[in-house]
Ligand binder design. Structure first.
Ligand code: ZN
Length: 211
């Protein structure tokens, strides 16, 4: 888990949005290899082990390895769909999409977050496991790629929420395009869209009485 990604993380539990805090025991090249991530609001804590943050251990064991190996052409195609012409910001790859993570990082220089990567995916980037969508703050990332196992309503909603305005979302063709997203292109396998309106992350704060 890269230290720069910690500020994008949010507690997966149902309470008002708040930052998580990291306590690192071992940091290598700005990545927390061993430590604890905690929520000051509800007191929850999660362990970072071997650089991997698991919000849900069940999500880690549920992932299976497919046969195909990553290809540079697939990475280049995905980088184009995500409009990664510079190295700014963070891109989130979920499930099978994590296979091209190292190639995309090498091609573009963006910060990568691999969510629910299958065990065989060798990751030189940040990894986390979550069972209920992306535990990320509003507008904290520039691109999200969902695979078929992670394209239900919870995953879609959390992806739209985490994307900045103008951010790109790639999802399986069988998935309906959310209304906040403008479809840009599609083929038989997937579509790519752009987030038109920023997610309404301020609403819970207003309801909480903070102006
Ligand atoms: Zn919490």
């Amino acid at each position: 888990m890269h230290v720069d990604l910690v500020e994008s993380l949010r507690c997966p539990h149902a309470h008002e949005d708040g930052w998580l805090v990291a306590s690192a025991d071992d940091v290598v090249q700005r990545r927390i290899m061993r430590g604890v991530i905690g929520c000051p609001q509800c007191g929850s804590e999660w362990i970072v082990r071997d650089g991997v943050l698991a919000f849900d251990e069940s999500a880690r064991s549920a992932e299976v390895d497919d046969e195909h190996s990553p290809q540079e052409s697939a990475a280049m195609r995905l980088a184009a769909l995500l409009d990664l012409r510079d190295s700014r910001g963070t891109v989130v790859l979920v499930g099978q999409a994590t296979r091209v993570g190292n190639e995309i990082a090498a091609l573009t220089g963006v910060l990568l977050l691999a969510v629910n990567a299958p065990p065989a995916v060798a990751a030189q980037h940040s990894r986390l496991y979550s069972a209920h969508g992306l535990p990320l703050g509003v507008g904290t990332v520039r691109g999200v790629v969902l695979d078929s196992r992670h394209s239900g309503p919870v995953w879609l909603a959390s992806a739209v929420r985490a994307l900045e305005r103008g951010g790109r979302l790639v999802a399986p063709a069988t998935t309906a395009v959310p209304q906040e997203v403008k479809e840009l292109a599609r083929d038989a396998n997937e579509w790519v869209g752009e987030v038109q309106v920023a997610a309404s992350g301020l609403v819970p704060l207003r309801r909480g009485g903070i102006v």
